[in-house]
Design a protein. Sequence first.
Length: 387
Amino acid sequence: CGASPESCNTSHRKHDLPIHGVSETIVGVLGGGQLGRMLCQAASQMAIKVIVLDPMENCPAGALSHCHVVGSYDDSVTVEEFAKRFSVLTVEIEHVNVATLEKLEQQGLDIQPKASTIRIIQDKYLQKVHFARHGIPLPKFMKIDDPESAKKAGDLFGYPLMIKRKRLAYDGRGNAVAKTEEEISSAVQTLGGYDHGLYVEQWAPFVKELAVIVARGRDKSILCYPVVETIHRENICHIVKAPANVPLKIKKLATDVAYKAVSSLEGAGVFAVELFLTEDGQILLNEVAPRPHNSGHHTIESCFTSQYEQHLRAILGLQLGDPSMKTQAAIMYNILGEDEVATNLTGLICYRLSCLQGEPGFLLAHQLIGRALGISGATVHWYDKPG
Ligand code: ATP
Ligand code: MG
Ligand code: MG
């Protein structure tokens, strides 16, 4: 409804029971991007109403949500005002005001996954420390505060050296690579300097990137989706191949690492575990997202239970659905507007578009959609991201 946090108080006051079906089920979601939009689509089939909080008036989830409250998920007053209306609150982005969520949790608000999980994940350095403590294999990492510690990290880990911002990172925007010691200072500068909170990771010589969506119920039961391969273009997930074309042994190892990583976190929901496969068959964890993920879009068409339906099932305490694939294979193209011609393409996702060769970014959206719809088994999802 595009309401302000204060005025959006009519039909969706706090309900006492979070259990779906006992009373009207309304889920509050921090963030209204494409993941929130797809969550709304799944919710509409399950008699669940979703209300999103997002600062953008024309955010992707806005039109499909029961109500869109316009406001910042980083602002404590706004989050508090918003969250108190719901019996269950979840996120579709991890960069939210977690201190407020912790406070609300102490007051009895039901947040899934738990605020402690969001706190760990939204700081990538803290995330690495947490997973290292739990014995999850990772690229070596260390905090850097100044040129001396950065040089020390380079001496220890070698080059290229991956320098990352601890917080507010997405689509690789908080990452910079120093190929040599001399490049450290310019890489640090592109990330805004040491004051922004940086750490470094040893370069992971991966042969493939893999990902596993893991669902965790309120009863702590865990189900893993099939391992997929993700191919990034300029740090953004571009193609997902499901299932990953890797030996069974690797699939099992990747699933074990993902299972163990998610077991170490608190709360219900789906989690995406991004992994590196190295030449010598090791699996290293890159990062975890506490929410549905681009690498799981294909589950809408290719799995018995989509990641979005699964997230809702998990946070509401419903039985988890079957995560296995009902199609033999699926491929997802994440097509984003990159230049003025392609602007109209922002957010087009095509499944199983093996016939769409070439550079689809240069075609007009409607042409691409038209072609996609002409291919048996292909589906198009429109993000509706403002240009
Ligand atoms: P996302 O949009 O997935 O949240 P992000 O901004 O958090 O991305 P990362 O996932 O840390 O960024 O890194 C983006 C990409 O950079 C990875 O998918 C991978 O291709 C590459 N990368 C990250 N860390 C390393 C590393 N230690 N060694 C080699 N490549 C890496
Ligand atoms: Mg990330
Ligand atoms: Mg990532």
